[in-house]
Ligand binder design. Structure first.
Ligand code: A3P
Length: 272
């Protein structure tokens, strides 16, 4: 049982902490937590429990690689260590810093429809602000400024996948970066996870019996090691209903960027 090892303070015999051989680099709100938790089902995978922010936050990066390693769980020689920090994908420093650490590393990137991602990003910030009693704005009031699309809005910038991907492809080969379709992972997780097992050269161990659809949550939950669990309630919250004209403006803004991204990665997605 892997989860016993995480909570143990003492090192189980034959294990050590390893620098990740694979990193989930993003994108924020793409489904990064679901991907990490679902990969954790695999007996040959161990995952870092929290977001590490080593390569994107200077105050952590200066602490050095041994600090980074110390945050990883104990693992056996036949296990791959994975961490996820969604901020890496859009960070200006992360590509070079990760490349300096391991230029042949395998990267996982989970993406979803860029407009849907903006709404999800807004929804997360909305709830965070409500919980800390801060004022909130309507989605439409943030996204439209003086009648035009507010392209400076951070959530919109983060959905410019082509702009961010360009920086990664300057340093890494396309075959080092596996893109997970976040829209598919929601609807039917197993096939997406089997592609990741192949990419990581792992035997196929994740099975359909590891998932069950929870009607109340409206999402798949995980059955593993004799336990059933859904993701935290902050994952899969209802989105606001967005004005159709505003949605159309977002779709048309992202259309060219998406087309460029498809060419870059040699793969099409069925985004708006
Ligand atoms: P929403 O909360 O907007 O629906 P991240 O972990 O990167 O922040 O991504 C969060 C998103 O993961 C959620 O966005 C949700 O749509 C998606 N997701 C994918 N599979 C899920 C699952 N099985 N349970 C809950 N959320 C899931």
């Amino acid at each position: 049982n892997k989860s016993e090892h995480y909570s143990a303070q003492v090192r189980p015999p034959g294990t050590s902490r390893q620098i990740p051989q694979t990193i989930i680099i993003g994108v924020r709100k793409g489904g990064t937590r679901a991907l990490l938790e679902m990969l954790d089902i695999h007996p040959n995978i161990v995952v870092a429990a929290t977001e590490v922010h080593f390569f994107d936050w200077d105050e952590n990066y200066v602490k050095g690689i041994d600090w980074y390693r110390s945050l990883m769980p104990f693992s056996y020689g036949n296990q791959i260590t994975i961490e996820k920090t969604p901020g890496y994908f859009t960070s200006p420093q992360a590509p070079e810093r990760i490349h300096d650490m391991n230029s042949s590393i395998k990267l996982l990137l989970i993406l979803r429809d860029p407009t849907e991602r903006v709404v999800s990003d807004y929804t997360q910030v909305y709830y965070n602000r409500v919980e800390s009693h801060k004022p909130v704005q309507l989605f439409e009031d943030i996204v439209i400024k003086n009648g035009a699309l507010n392209t400076k809005y951070k959530a919109i910038q983060r959905s410019l996948y082509d702009v961010h991907m360009e920086k990664w492809l300057k340093l890494f080969n396309l075959d080092q970066i596996h893109i997970v379709d976040g829209n598919t992972l929601i609807k039917d997780p197993l096939p997406e996870l089997q592609k990741v097992e192949k990419f990581l050269n792992l035997p196929s161990r994740i099975m359909s019996s590891n998932f069950y659809f929870n009607q109340t949550k409206g999402f798949y939950c995980i059955r593993s090691d004799g336990r059933e669990r859904c993701l935290h309630e902050s994952k899969g919250r209802p989105h606001p209903v967005v004005n159709n004209t505003v949605l159309e403006q977002l779709y048309s803004y992202f259309r060219e960027h998406n087309a460029k991204f498809y060419r870059m990665v040699n793969h099409s997605f069925d985004w708006h």
